[in-house]
Design a protein around this ligand. Sequence first.
Ligand SMILES: *[C@@H]1O[C@H](CO)[C@@H](O)[C@H](O)[C@H]1NC(C)=O
Ligand SMILES: *[C@@H]1O[C@H](CO)[C@@H](O)[C@H](O)[C@H]1NC(C)=O
Ligand SMILES: *[C@@H]1O[C@H](CO)[C@@H](O)[C@H](O)[C@H]1NC(C)=O
Ligand SMILES: *[C@@H]1O[C@H](CO)[C@@H](O)[C@H](O)[C@H]1NC(C)=O
Length: 305
Amino acid sequence: MYHFLIALGLIMTSTFAAPTGGPSGCGKQPPSGVSPGGASSNRTLTSGDQKRSYLIHLPQNYDSNKPTPLILSFHGRTQTAKQQEDGSQFSNPSFNPDGIAVYPQGVDKQWQGDPDAPKSIDDFKFVSDLLDRLNSEYCIDPKRIYATGMSNGGGFTGLLACDPTVSAKIAAFSTVSGAFYLGVLGAPSNALPDCKPARTPIPLLHFHGYVDTQIKYLGGGNGSNRGNTTSIPDYLDRWAKIDGIQPDQNPEDLCDGKVKRHSWGNGILQHYNETLLNHEWPTKSNKVCYDGAQVIMEFFGKHTL
Ligand SMILES: *[C@@H]1O[C@H](CO)[C@@H](O)[C@H](O)[C@H]1NC(C)=O
Ligand SMILES: *[C@@H]1O[C@H](CO)[C@@H](O)[C@H](O)[C@H]1NC(C)=O
Ligand SMILES: *[C@@H]1O[C@H](CO)[C@@H](O)[C@H](O)[C@H]1NC(C)=O
Ligand SMILES: *[C@@H]1O[C@H](CO)[C@@H](O)[C@H](O)[C@H]1NC(C)=O
């Protein structure tokens, strides 16, 4: 009997205990108004004296006793969290049946890394504060937290991958049409900001339209005089160097040759060169043969901290 009780105790501890090492919302009901499978909720928190907001979507099968993956999806400049939810599709159960999707809102609809982002805003701290808040309210698996974003949100996702504090908490990254500006955050005018990831290699899945007129594949400006971005091949070479990895093979043709997929280090770094896409999120209904959300979720599923 005694042994049986100990065994029962161990089973209960391993099934129901909160993961150790930080605040945990495991075992707690979600805040009122946030319901599994329902429409996303708009929530706020204060970070660095600023009131910030984000949309959160819980999967239908959310169980507050089961550690759950988390996907952060960052909008582009001039866009909203709601537009990012609709465009990126991580609240759609056909792409993301099991993960929590969160769409943070940038102050003045932009993120650090854009030349016009105000210096008074600390979006890196916002992401840290947001992760602490989410961990305290929901049962999040600390080994399966992911970040993705579009345009300025993709550029910011790339900066998170380079951040020594935030990158330690995120298992994999994906950037779509990312805007990687030179000369921002204190970097010299012809250089990207420093990149000091907490570990290497960093899993990164990168998409860019070859005919992007806003953030050009080959870098430079787009005529609007808002600053220059790095060329995509330079950006990827830089990551391969940081990661210490080599190309896997010659690029692979996808979608009848409309997309060229490059891969380094057994796929830890991947690049989709979408030859027909402009500044757009890839979907099957738009010139490519895959849905970005699906490819991103498959990539994230291969990486845990
Ligand atoms: C969420 O709430 C914040 C602050 O109350 C507001 O600024 C933002 O526009 C709202 N977002 C959505 C998608 O309703
Ligand atoms: C250049 O890019 C900015 C976004 O960074 C956009 O607002 C502007 O419309 C673009 N200009 C052209 C000519 O595409
Ligand atoms: C962008 O690059 C061009 C060419 O190197 C340079 O003349 C221009 O000053 C740069 N623009 C900015 C905003 O740094
Ligand atoms: C990207 O695709 C374009 C158009 O097919 C091609 O000219 C270019 O060489 C490709 N670059 C890379 C790095 O795949």
